[in-house]
Design a protein around this ligand. Structure first.
Ligand code: PGA
Length: 256
């Protein structure tokens, strides 16, 4: 298991067909020679997962899905079972991304069912949480995060999961949380996790997500409590993504 390593996750959202997936991953494997400076996982669209799984076999780069259904099988037209994702070689699954919450009506209760289903199938869920700009301005950040974590993780006993703090106002906007803002929230999340999971909380990483770029990656990961990055837009270009991954090489500043 590599859960004590930081994780850089590339969330492609609804980008890259099978050909583009193949091109990207062949280049990525060439650019990221082992040993990798951290754990790396790619989250392509469902349709590209089989091609990605084939290319990533024995690469040391993990595969994940952007969403999952909460039942293992059944009459759920258009949905994807966690068992199917495991069969394809997925290790991770993003749950409760703000786009799913805001555009597709995903509630904390739905996230909770999905986390349980993912863990039962052997996937490691990454639960996304974060406040909107209005909520931040109204000083409700902690209240929102507490609700998302309490409800999202209700009844969950296994610490085989990660959290991504993604302030909604920072996603795809170019506005990143400052390193200080990220550190404050990450430390609060770690404390909450410890009160909930005791020592097992040490194995839960808290990733930062929201307009991560090569220019800000280094400052973010230097903060205590930032155990990795969930990268959206900047994960679509293989060179840019590799630079972000290589920010984890100890002592190396890619821009200095
Ligand atoms: P972004 O997206 O890096 O493009 O802001 C992050 C995410 O949505 O996970």
């Amino acid at each position: 298991m590599t859960i004590n390593q930081p994780l850089v996750a590339g969330n492609w959202k609804m980008h890259k067909n099978i050909r583009e997936t193949r091109e990207f991953l062949h280049s990525l494997i060439k650019l990221l020679r082992p040993p990798l400076p951290c754990e790396v996982a790619i989250f392509p669209p469902f349709t590209s997962l089989p091609a990605a799984a084939e290319i990533l076999t024995d690469s040391g780069i993990a595969l994940g899905a952007q969403n999952v259904h909460w039942e293992p099988t059944g009459a759920f037209t258009g949905e994807i079972s966690p068992l199917f994702l495991v069969e394809l070689g997925c290790r991770y699954c993003i749950i409760g991304h703000s786009e799913r919450r805001l555009l597709f009506g995903e509630t904390d209760e739905i996230c909770n069912r999905k986390i349980k289903a993912a863990q039962s199938a052997g996937l490691r869920p990454i639960l996304c949480c974060g406040e909107t700009l209005e909520e931040r301005n109204a000083h409700q950040t902690i209240e929102i995060l507490r609700r998302q974590l309490e409800k999202g993780l209700k009844g969950i006993t296994s610490a085989d999961l990660d959290i991504a703090y993604e302030p909604v106002w920072a996603i795809g906007t170019g506005h990143t949380a400052t390193p200080d803002q990220a550190a404050e929230i990450h430390n609060w999340i770690h404390l909450w996790l410890r009160s909930r999971f005791d020592d097992a909380a040490d194995h839960i990483r808290v990733l930062y997500g929201g307009s991560v770029k090569p220019e800000n990656a280094m400052a973010l990961i230097r903060q205590t409590g930032v155990d990795g990055l969930l990268v959206g837009g900047a994960s679509l270009d293989v060179n840019t993504f590799s630079i972000i991954v290589n920010s984890f090489k100890e002592g190396q500043s890619v821009f200095s």
